[in-house]
Design a protein around this ligand. Structure first.
Ligand SMILES: [Zn+2]
Ligand SMILES: [Zn+2]
Length: 171
């Protein structure tokens, strides 16, 4: 589904509402942490205000993950707000390197690729079943959320934990 620039011009700032559903299979293929998901229900609106075009709204889906620490499958309801701003191609508003204003290409805004990118960027690279998941014991393999063990992992744990956090932060 695309939004025609001409339609936004005619509406003189009055928002154009839209609803669409993103296909689950393609999103699943494009993110290795998505083990399964429901079609992504999207609703939003687009408007032209001054020289800028705005597209914003919200997406939601139920996503199946596997916890990166304890390997337990879990389901999460994901809500992703989105907000994008466009200007005419060649506009000086886009030239600024820090500008988050996108350039309009052609006479339509293509919603599907725009929304797919927004959705995928919001999916964690290290999904966790709970923020304080204790993970598996690196020595005996028990799920430390369910069972204590007497292994002494102090010598390797802090370094591994630090490394895991480093990779998480760099994503
Ligand atoms: Zn976990
Ligand atoms: Zn253990």
């Amino acid at each position: 589904m695309n939004i025609k620039i001409a339609d936004l011009e005619h509406r003189k700032g009055e928002p154009l509402r839209f609803q669409l559903t993103l296909d689950a299979d393609e999103l699943k293929r494009r993110h290795q942490e998505i083990r399964g998901l429901t079609p992504v229900q999207t609703s939003g609106e687009a408007a032209k205000l001054g020289d800028l075009y705005y597209v914003n709204g919200n997406m939601q889906a139920d996503v199946d993950f596997v916890c990166s620490r304890c390997l337990r499958p879990f389901k999460e309801h994901v809500e992703v707000p989105f907000s994008e701003t466009f200007a005419e191609e060649g506009s000086e508003l886009i030239d600024d390197e820090d500008s988050e204003i996108l350039s309009l290409e052609g006479d339509e805004i293509e919603l599907v690729p725009l929304l797919q990118e927004n959705f995928l960027l919001d999916i964690p690279s290290f999904p966790l079943c709970t923020d304080d998941c204790q993970g598996l014991c690196p020595t005996c393999g028990v799920n430390r959320n369910e069972q204590a063990c007497s292994c002494k992992n102090e010598r390797i744990d802090p370094r591994l934990a630090g490394l895991a956090d480093f990779f998480k932060d760099s994503q």
